[in-house]
Ligand binder design. Structure first.
Ligand code: ATP
Ligand code: MG
Length: 467
């Protein structure tokens, strides 16, 4: 570590000598000052890691200077040099907080050693503080696993903003933990005893989303037999989590904007507006700016939502968190499945750390869940994590249940299942090589890629990992 060092001694020769010794052997920045009063001014102005001072100086002695330094910059260490080394001065100096004292004349090595010990000690103390802070943060948010810098800064921002009323937009690829963060924000806010209501904007059909959100009055439309409470009313005094907000249609976007701006809404078929006291958190895996450009998302709504923005890192941007996450999920699924699995073989862990994770934490979680189930001992092996073979299976989705669905839904379900089945099959045959799989299927590579992304199929799973 490169440190900043100030040397104070009324003898200019001594200053020059020390500077030569230190800069000759180390990279540290060295400043010198012969007047202790001017040294104090410097210490007021800028931080030093270490101050080496003489004991006897005409204007102020080294002990008084030490006391002054401990008052202004308690984290700086002080080394006292003296030609009058007596046990008493040494004791007094250390009692007042000096790191060490050195008797003059000294050997070059003695100075350098003390200096290194002081700076090493400081680095260690700093690391400890950082570690303690990160442990405290992890304790505050037990549901969020990760100790990478990126996750640490997310945790500290959650703490910072949770208690405010500011609307929060969480952006991040699929499976990066947007919902986990939304829940942590609510749990850390003063609204934690009130409800957190989630509305998944993709899951509710467009025709009924308004009544789901705002409720309706009896007779508002055919089938509205009774008054119905909306999610907004349920979330009153609590938090409303608008998941996948990028999927809202433009009509609903306008109504949502009004709710955000005025704090009021009208149930479907109602005449009067109602007030809402709600904290909003929204999430999306779309690039909303791009959707604004495509005229699919209102710019004014975007700015309303984006008061505070969280961008969750993809798993590939924080690979160092993979071991922690793996152990977390092994424990979770081992407990859930009544198994006693404690470990994962190193080969398996390296594969997990090396591969791509287009489905991020969710995909990692699925792989581990399957691994726990397939595992035959108390240790997960590489083979337990390999995808199952898709060889000549019948079409499992085409069973009795399909006749219970309306035609359109049945068709969509079958097409979706077919996509998965077919694409996994070709990828399997081509060992995860997307270009070759696309050739074989007679489609464009980009097209195949798009469906894979949509279906969260990862080509890596089909590459041979076993050596
Ligand atoms: N940091 C994390 N620590 C522990 N588990 C996590 C973490 N991030 C995500 N998960 C787990 O991964 C899964 C996906 O997380 P979540 O649903 O929050 O992702 P998402 O970003 O909302 O995904 P999507 O865009 O697909 O809705 C969940 O089971 C969640 O518990
Ligand atoms: Mg989600």
């Amino acid at each position: 570590m490169k440190g900043r060092i100030l040397i104070v001694d009324d003898e200019k020769d001594m200053l020059a000598l020390l500077r030569r010794i230190i800069t000759g052997k180390t990279e540290h920045d060295v400043m010198t000052e012969s007047d202790p009063l001017r040294a104090i001014e410097m210490i007021h102005r800028e931080p030093f890691n270490l101050i080496i001072t003489d004991l006897k100086m005409p204007k102020m002695d080294g002990i008084a200077l030490l006391e002054e330094i401990k008052r202004i910059q308690p984290s700086s260490d002080v080394i006292i040099m003296t030609a009058y080394a007596t046990i008493e001065t040494a004791v007094e100096a250390t009692r007042k907080g000096a790191f060490d004292y050195i008797a003059k004349p000294f050997r070059k090595e003695r100075i350098l050693l003390t200096l290194r010990r002081a700076l090493d000690w400081q680095a260690l103390a700093r690391e400890n503080v950082a570690l303690r802070q990160s442990l405290e943060q992890q304790k505050a948010f037990p549901s969020i696993v990760g100790s990478s810098l990126a996750m640490m800064s997310i945790l500290s921002r959650i703490k910072q903003v949770a208690k405010s009323m500011a609307t929060i937009l969480i952006q991040g690829e699929s499976g990066t933990g947007k919902e986990v963060v939304a829940k942590a924000i609510h749990a850390y806010s003063d609204r934690r005893d009130k409800p957190l209501v989630t509305i998944d904007c993709t899951a509710i059909p467009e025709q009924i989303i308004e009544s789901e959100l705002f409720g309706h009055k009896k007779g508002a439309f055919t089938g509205a037999w009774n008054d119905k409470k909306g999610l907004v009313e349920e979330a009153n005094k609590g938090t409303l989590f608008l998941d996948e907000v990028g999927e809202l249609n433009t009509v609903m976007q306008a109504k949502l904007l009004r709710l955000l701006q005025e704090g009021e809404y009208k149930p479907v078929g109602g005449l009067n507006t109602r007030d809402a006291d709600i904290r909003f958190v929204a999430a999306t895996n779309h690039d909303l700016r791009q959707r604004i450009g495509e005229k699919k998302f209102r710019e004014d709504l975007f700015y309303r939502l984006n008061v505070i923005c969280f961008r969750l890192p993809a798993l590939r941007e924080r690979r160092e968190d993979i071991p922690l996450l793996v152990h977390h999920f092994v424990e979770k699924y081992s407990k859930l499945n009544n198994r006693d699995i404690r470990d994962i073989e190193p080969k398996a862990m390296s594969m997990l750390m090396a591969r791509e994770w287009p489905g991020n934490v969710r995909q990692l979680e699925n792989v581990i869940e399957r691994g726990v189930i397939l595992c035959q001992s108390d240790r997960i092996r590489l083979e337990d994590l390999m995808p199952e073979r898709t060889d000549s299976r019948p079409l499992p989705y085409f069973n009795e249940a399909i006749y219970g669905l309306p035609f359109r839904e049945a068709k969509e379900a079958v097409i979706k299942a077919f996509h998965r089945e077919y694409i996994q099959g070709v990828l399997q045959q081509n060992r995860g090589n997307i270009s070759r799989a696309a050739d074989q299927a007679g489609v464009q590579r980009q097209y195949l890629h798009r469906i894979m992304k949509h279906e969260k199929i990862d080509a890596e799973e089909f590459k041979k990992h076993v050596t």
